[in-house]
Ligand binder design. Structure first.
Ligand SMILES: [Zn+2]
Length: 465
């Protein structure tokens, strides 16, 4: 699994790494949380939220990776944090990766569906995102790295199913932009109208491990492609992502916090979650998922071969993509519907939500610029998309990658909605419905995949002594 140790011939170059953890649990309650279709307000903390950061330094290149306990964070917020971190560390903004875990129980940092952004929280978040990167940079010590991969198929299942015609949810096409709906999200075990999942899932638990030069755990960056696990009561939680980090520290026999920090990032879970719809009475919670994924992560690390020095490289590219904007008549229909049926009260169902989303998208620009990245850590690579990316896309990126092991991280460096492959629009369903959670052009997925492939090729060609 681990191929091609790169030895440093420049005797002076020392590989260094540092990690840091910053608490981002809000102190003002109640607060809106993101991820649910309808208004969701938390008034307590189930477990704390964090930004977790890792800075790697090969002596000539420094890269920063941060994972934030949030459903989604937009590009402007992340760029503001990167700029603040750059001012202190000097690490260029295009050598910084920030990704959201996609916990559905964190304050709304982006307006979508029934939960508008909490502006005060965004202002609170930006300096803390920057602080985590700065602290990780300050904490750098001589280090070594290794990596590995294992599978955990138990908690990643396609949540999008092809249905018998006429049995999938079908809100008004004027509000969703989608006339045909043959696919349905979370159909349920008992639903006999479901035919088959609409795509494959990626069961990989991919892990990068960083140790001090004398072999003490310094950081573990992991990645798994399930949406989230959920919480059983209303409250703030880092979901299984946070619990994974706690379990990982416990299993490695170290205290969580500086110097050791675990980071659990989201892979390609746009069409996947923890529920096996072929089994009756399926149950899962964030503790079970964290345990299973941590066990797979620990298994993966058994095969890790640590190297004292590896070359680092990072490439970033921006792309302008078209936005699926509603037509004038669709906006007029939605406005009239909302005036008659909803007024100022919160939305309560799909139909009301998509009418509101249609109005919110009315004055959006015709194009949006998105950011894509590839990172190289020796023979290990990370590719990023800013979308809720489908399993099929992640698998294709890994397949095309010139690296023996590639991690694909979603909701990184912005949040640009679901990214269904073009053929999925013919099937319709939730992830294709036009909203601030799904708005990129139908052809966006192949463009993003191809650009990420080129970026991976580019970092693979980096030549260092
Ligand atoms: Zn989600």
């Amino acid at each position: 699994m681990i191929i091609g140790a790169t030895k440093c011939s420049a005797a002076s170059a020392v590989f260094r790494a540092g990690a840091a953890l910053v608490d981002i649990t809000p102190t003002n309650f109640p607060i809106r949380t993101a991820g649910n279709l309808t208004l969701t307000v938390a008034d307590k903390v189930l477990d704390p939220l964090h930004v977790r950061a890792l800075v790697l330094d090969d002596g000539s290149t420094q890269i920063a990776i941060a994972v934030v306990d949030s459903c989604m964070v937009d590009r402007a917020t992340m760029d503001a944090a990167k700029a603040a971190a750059q001012r202190v560390t000097g690490i260029p903004i295009d050598r910084m990766l920030i990704a959201a875990t996609h916990t559905h129980s964190a304050p709304a940092a982006y307006s979508c569906h029934g939960n508008d952004v909490e502006p005060g929280y965004v202002a609170f978040l930006i300096p803390r995102l920057a602080e985590a990167i700065v602290e990780a940079w300050r904490n750098r010590v001589p280090a070594r790295v290794g990596w590995g991969k294992s599978d955990c198929a138990q908690f990643v299942h396609c949540r999008r199913w092809l249905m018998q015609p006429g049995t999938a949810e079908n809100p008004p096409a004027a509000f969703t932009g989608q006339v045909t709906n043959l696919a349905m999200m979370n159909p349920g075990y008992a639903n006999t109208n479901k035919i088959r999942p609409t795509g494959p899932v990626d069961p990989a638990v991919t892990v990068l491990s960083v140790q001090t030069a004398d072999g003490k755990p310094l950081a573990v960056l992991a990645n798994y492609s399930t949406h989230y696990a959920g919480v059983s009561e209303a409250g703030l939680s880092a979901d299984y992502f946070g619990e994974f980090c706690r379990v990982m520290a416990e299993e490695l026999g170290v205290a969580e916090g500086q110097p050791f920090v675990a980071l659990m990032s989201n892979g390609t879970s746009g069409d996947a979650n923890c529920i096996d719809f072929t089994k009756p009475n399926w149950k899962n919670d964030r503790f079970q998922v964290a345990r299973a994924v941590a066990d797979a992560g620990l298994e993966a690390l058994k095969a890790a071969r640590y190297q004292d020095w590896v070359p680092l490289a990072m490439a970033e590219q921006k792309r302008l993509l078209k936005v699926r904007r509603p037509s004038r008549s669709e906006v007029a229909t939605a406005r009239a519907y909302l005036a008659k049926n909803v007024g100022e009260r919160p939305t309560r169902n799909w139909e009301e939500n998509y009418a509101r989303e249609t109005v919110k998208l009315a004055d959006w620009p015709a194009r949006k610029e998105i950011k894509l990245q590839a990172l190289r850590i020796g023979d290990f690579a990370i590719a990023t998309t800013p979308c809720e990316t489908f399993g099929r896309t992640g698998l294709a990126i890994k397949q095309a990658s010139p690296f023996p092991l590639t991690m694909v991280m979603e909701l990184a460096n912005g949040c640009n909605g679901y990214l269904p492959p073009p053929d999925q629009f013919a099937l319709g369903g939730y992830t294709t419905w036009r909203a601030r959670s799904s708005y990129l052009e139908i052809g966006a997925e192949p463009k993003i995949r191809e650009t990420v492939d080129v970026l991976l090729q580019r970092v693979a060609r980096t030549n260092k002594p």
